[in-house]
Design a protein around this ligand. Structure first.
Ligand SMILES: NC(=O)c1ccc[n+]([C@@H]2O[C@H](COP(=O)([O-])OP(=O)(O)OC[C@H]3O[C@@H](n4cnc5c(N)ncnc54)[C@H](O)[C@@H]3O)[C@@H](O)[C@H]2O)c1
Length: 327
């Protein structure tokens, strides 16, 4: 029997603390080299792509594949979301598909959780001021993740290129997090200057954060650039960072934030201080001084999806949520 879970079902059982736990567990297994995660496989359609992302974590008993399609014009042409994802979980024991579930909400939450793990290990403990660029789906989940791992955030300065989107985001976040002040700012420079943590989560094709705006000790969480065509950080940000941390070295050097500085001869794989898994598993230290400048570049990993889906499956079974499908 296979458990089928809709997006509403997933939302009923999954919260940010359990997602952070699942993502952190996945990074730990990766640090111990106890995972199998082949490179993503792509199919190229006229108006989009299909990406298959399989992962197996023997230590967690988790195996499965995310199938995600990205069709940027879907909303306009078909009134469908641009990103549509499903995750199939398989039993490592006998291969049976244990569950098929919506993967869109899991993608949003696990990415916020990955950013939060970066902040947990790399940002200053007493961080108070945050700059956020990109007030979309990721803007929301990055804030949700941040609030779980830093409890003293007093001010979040938000920038988005669409004023209405920015204002709606400020209103929504202010209602959710009443002890933090959310303010709109006019440009990425205002978001960055004086901030302890800078989060970028936009699909921008051109970089907009400069190294000279970063204060000493700042942490940058670079989330948005997940393809070669996207880039949020100018090369000066890479140069300014004392610790460059990525989720997965081969993927990091394909996306704009690192691919372009590599072309310029500014950075190569040997300049990466650690993959996040090495830090979470204790092989390497995270932040060691309040004045270090740190950068975490997240590109998104199948272990994050499969680990989170496994958590959803366990919680849904416990609560009797979902529909059982016969084979
Ligand atoms: N690293 C990962 O694992 C991962 C996972 C999911 C999504 N992403 C990427 O994150 C990015 C954001 O995804 P989303 O789902 O939040 O998209 P979204 O469309 O919901 O939100 C993006 C927001 O960024 C704003 N924006 C665009 N260019 C900007 C700029 N130059 N400066 C400031 N704001 C700008 C848009 O107006 C929009 O409000 C995308 O590139 C997406 O592919 C990465």
């Amino acid at each position: 029997m296979t458990l089928y879970l809709t997006q509403d079902d997933v939302k009923k059982v999954l919260d940010m603390p359990s997602t952070i736990q699942a993502v952190e567990d996945g990074f730990r297994e990766m640090g111990k080299k106890a995972i199998e995660m082949p490179p993503r496989v792509y199919l190229h359609f006229p108006k989009g792509v299909l990406i298959a992302m399989p992962a197996y974590m023997p230590g967690l008993g988790a195996a499965g594949t995310k199938l995600v399609t990205v069709h940027p014009d879907n909303k306009k042409e078909h009134n469908l979301p641009a990103v549509i994802a499903r995750i199939i979980l398989n039993s490592p024991e006998n291969g049976l598909p244990l569950a098929i579930m919506d993967g869109t909400y899991i993608t949003a939450l696990r990415t916020g959780a990955a950013g939060a793990v970066g902040i947990k290990y790399l940002a200053n403990e007493n961080s108070e001021i945050v700059g956020l660029c990109g007030a979309g789906v990721q803007g929301r989940s990055q804030i949700m993740g941040l609030m779980e791992v830093r409890k003293n955030i007093k001010l979040v300065k938000v920038f988005d290129i669409i004023p209405n989107t920015l204002n709606a985001f400020i209103k929504e976040m202010q209602e959710l997090y009443t002890s933090t002040k959310f303010v709109p700012v006019n440009n990425p420079e205002q978001a960055t200057i004086d901030s302890d943590i800078i989060i970028t989560c936009t699909p921008s094709p051109t970089p907009f954060i400069k190294g000279e705006w970063l204060k000493k000790g700042a942490h940058v969480s670079a989330i948005g650039a997940d393809t070669a065509a996207k880039r949020e950080l100018e090369t000066s940000v890479i140069k300014k960072s004392d610790k460059l941390v990525v989720d997965f070295i081969p993927q990091a050097f394909v996306v704009g934030d690192f691919a372009k500085p590599k072309e310029e001869g500014v950075v190569s794989e040997s300049n990466i201080y650690a993959e996040m898994g090495e830090i979470v598993s204790g092989l390497k230290k995270g932040r060691i001084s309040p004045t270090e400048n740190t950068l975490f570049k997240a590109t998104g990993l199948a272990i994050e999806d499969v680990g989170t889906a496994c958590k959803v499956y366990e919680l849904a079974k416990k609560k009797g949520i979902g529909v059982n499908l016969q084979s």
